[in-house]
Ligand binder design. Structure first.
Ligand SMILES: [Zn+2]
Length: 693
């Protein structure tokens, strides 16, 4: 490679073009075809070269630059995308008879004789997350989740991080030029392969991060990340199989469309088959069921679609499901295994949650080791006992559940499970609280389990985000007696720094990184993050933000919470109910917490809320909906202005909506707003309301 500074601007431009193409090619080979063309080192060298050139000529950075696949920042929250053509949901069938009935119904509807074949396309139904990806003139513009079918979440930046996702439709194919439509909304499924799922969970476990129940959850959790850089680190894959709106191109059959998808560079499932009869469909189903566990990805059934588009159009829709397609679902996957032990976990709030430790068993390609038992009532109701053989079920996106126990396989000395009346960790009395069936440890700060869970929450990503302190490390430091509460964390370096660096599995570097992360926190933490980190019962991120917005500074919040009026002050805030108010007021009046907070405010600089969001406008705290076309700004501009003025932007109108901003050609939402009596304002008035008060 040439020396960087020898490159002229023109040469750099050419080279960047080459690099964009080459790196994409390598990505496809590596990820899609699973056959790397170069070594990792060579690949990295190309990426570095690309970065260096871009640094030298920032004006030459291409839209499809490999560097743009990382570091894309997403908004505070997902913005919404309206699907021009709704994303369909399919009707479900479960038996072979249903397949014949489905075909018969189609035949009757179309008035076709028995003798005439209706060509069908059969596809495996990928158990992932649906996406829509809009391409204009062949370039990827907007990506969204299915959402409710009409409005999804904007995942444009996240999709771009998936290696096999085409950012540009391929124009050239081995057999000639491929036509690129002016506009097309390609749809498909993002999934995580079983192997990538296992790998991810393994590394999450090591880091003490979140472990996912199944590949579908992992894919959803990875794709729906506000930070696309996280999506980037997860290995996601996809199959395309449908389209929404499309301009300037036409095909006769669904299989022709699939061919286009392949030519444009989309992964299309290799198992897809054309079937001529209902018998063919049934044997496709049986074949896929057999293949299921050996496929590299999870499927939860198969889908049958009428191949001819003219027939599809004639068949149309019933409600929101097409008449021309149906999902034939596999039965929920069940297996029988032994329940070795019922373990009681103690959470941050002291809730005792029973978990079944199972003899590991493979259920549809996923090894199941634990199942949820929910609470003591459920164990009693199902009479689940330690040592029982139980039927477990894994269905879609839920954690494996115990369907029933098999009492006939019980040994003679089997005894009903007795739910503990004391906390298994600290021995404190355990009791039911309120209406729900949950039993809580009353130990509070005496309970090591509650304290550790509280510390894990304190340092978690959504709270103070102290990297290098996963669950395992918290437990370790706690057991060593080095950290007993949140304050101890900040004395870790001073008191145990050298010991920590000398510990096996730690080393100087990771200890330093941890101390650095802690020092960063000392320098400044946004008020809402700090409130959330305290782990006050019922106070999630949204409530924490609400408190921050209302009290502006932590001093103010504390001093108001110390007055007798604390409860009243809180319940006057919209969004805080009496139960939550009670928990919050209690938290601040608890003497242990007072001592801890006195110390924490000395150590940590808690940034007042105004610094970040700052502004108080007429729209602050209001719920706003946009409809129609605005004249002087785009919809997303308007949304971000509203959000930065402290408003909440919603996509559905209800009586809770404060204002509807109506542009030209406003549709249905405007009339609903009128019926509900929601104030409707113009773009001009909206602009005026954005002014600081
Ligand atoms: Zn306890």
């Amino acid at each position: 490679m040439r020396d960087l500074f020898d490159s002229t601007r023109e040469e750099a431009q050419k080279e960047l073009e080459f690099l964009a193409r080459r790196i994409r090619e390598l990505d496809v080979a590596y990820h899609q075809k699973d056959s790397p063309l170069v070594t990792d080192a060579e690949y990295d060298a190309l990426k570095r070269r690309n970065d260096a050139l871009e640094k030298l000529y920032p004006e030459l950075i291409r839209d499809d630059s490999p560097s743009k696949r990382v570091g894309m920042t997403a908004a505070d929250d997902f913005s919404k995308v309206t699907h021009t053509v709704p994303m369909l949901s399919l009707g479900n069938i479960f038996t072979k008879d249903d397949v014949y009935a489905f075909m018969e119904k189609i035949r009757r509807f179309l008035g076709l004789p028995e003798t005439e074949e209706i060509e069908m396309v059969a596809e495996p139904k990928i158990d992932g997350l649906s996406f829509s990806a809009v391409y204009e003139k062949g370039f990827f513009k907007v990506g969204a989740t299915r959402g409710d079918g009409s409005i999804g979440e904007d995942i444009t930046a996240n999709l771009k991080t998936i290696k096999e996702f085409p950012q540009e439709l391929k124009k050239q194919n081995s057999d000639g030029t491929v036509f690129i439509p002016d506009l097309i909304d390609v749809r498909g499924e993002v999934y995580m392969s079983k192997q990538d799922f296992f790998d991810l969970n393994k590394s999450q476990e090591e880091k003490g991060g979140r472990v996912f129940a199944n590949p579908r959850n992992a894919a959803a959790g990875s794709l729906r990340q506000l930070d696309p850089q996280i999506t980037q680190t997860r290995h996601l894959s996809l199959f395309a199989y449908a389209c929404g709106q499309v301009h300037s191109i036409h095909w006769e059959t669904h299989s022709q469309f699939l061919d286009y998808l392949k030519k444009w560079g989309f992964p299309v499932n290799p198992e897809i088959k054309i079937c001529k009869t209902a018998d063919d469909l049934v044997s496709f189903y049986e074949n896929m069921m057999e293949k299921r566990s050996s496929l590299p990805y999870d499927i939860d059934g198969v889908v049958y679609k009428v191949n001819r588009l003219d027939l599809q159009n004639r068949l149309g829709f019933i409600a929101r499901s097409p008449r021309w397609a149906i999902a034939h679902k596999f039965p929920a996957e069940q297996a029988i295994t032994r329940l070795n032990k019922i373990r009681i976990q103690v959470g941050r709030t002291g809730a005792l949650t029973p978990v079944a430790d199972l003899e590991p068993i493979n259920v549809g390609g996923v090894v199941v080791r634990h199942a949820t038992l929910h609470n003591s009532d459920e164990i009693e109701r199902k009479d689940i006992r330690e040592g029982d053989f139980v039927v477990i079920q894994r269905a879609g996106d839920v954690i494996p559940q115990i369907v029933k126990t098999l009492p006939e396989k019980r040994s003679a000395d089997s005894r009903p499970f007795v739910f503990p009346t004391v906390c298994p960790v600290c021995g404190s009395h355990a009791q039911k609280e309120g209406e729900d069936a949950v039993i809580y440890c009353t130990g509070g700060l005496v309970c090591p389990a509650q304290v550790q869970e509280g510390l894990k929450h304190f340092v978690s990503k959504e709270a103070l985000n102290i990297e290098g302190l996963g669950d395992k490390n918290i437990s370790l430091l706690f057991e060593l007696g080095w950290i007993r509460n949140a304050v101890d964390l900040f004395y870790l370096e001073e008191k145990h720094g050298s010991e920590l660096m000398a510990r096996d599995g730690w080393g100087v570097k990771s200890a330093h990184n941890l101390f650095e992360a802690l020092n960063r926190v000392k320098k400044g933490v946004p008020l809402d993050k700090f409130i959330y980190a305290l782990g006050i019962r019922e106070v999630g991120e949204v409530t924490a933000r609400l408190l921050a917005r209302n009290f502006i500074s932590f001093e103010n919040l504390r001093s108001q919470m110390r007055t007798e009026k604390a409860f009243d002050i809180l319940t006057h805030i919209e969004g805080i109910g009496p139960v939550m108010a009670e928990y919050i007021a209690d938290f601040f009046s608890e003497s242990h917490n007072e001592i801890l907070l006195d110390q924490l405010v000395q150590i940590i600089h808690i940034e007042p809320y105004e610094k970040k969001a700052g502004r108080i406008t007429e729209l602050t705290g209001k719920t706003v909906l946009f409809t129609g076309t605005l004249q002087n700004m785009t919809r997303s501009e308007a949304k971000s202005k509203a959000i930065s003025a402290g408003a909440k932007v919603v996509s559905g109108v209800s009586s809770k909506t404060d204002y509807v901003v109506a542009g030209s050609d406003a549709g249905n939402k405007l009339s609903i707003a009128e019926q509900l009596g929601v104030p409707i304002i113009t773009e001009d008035i909206f602009n005026q309301m954005l002014d600081d008060l």
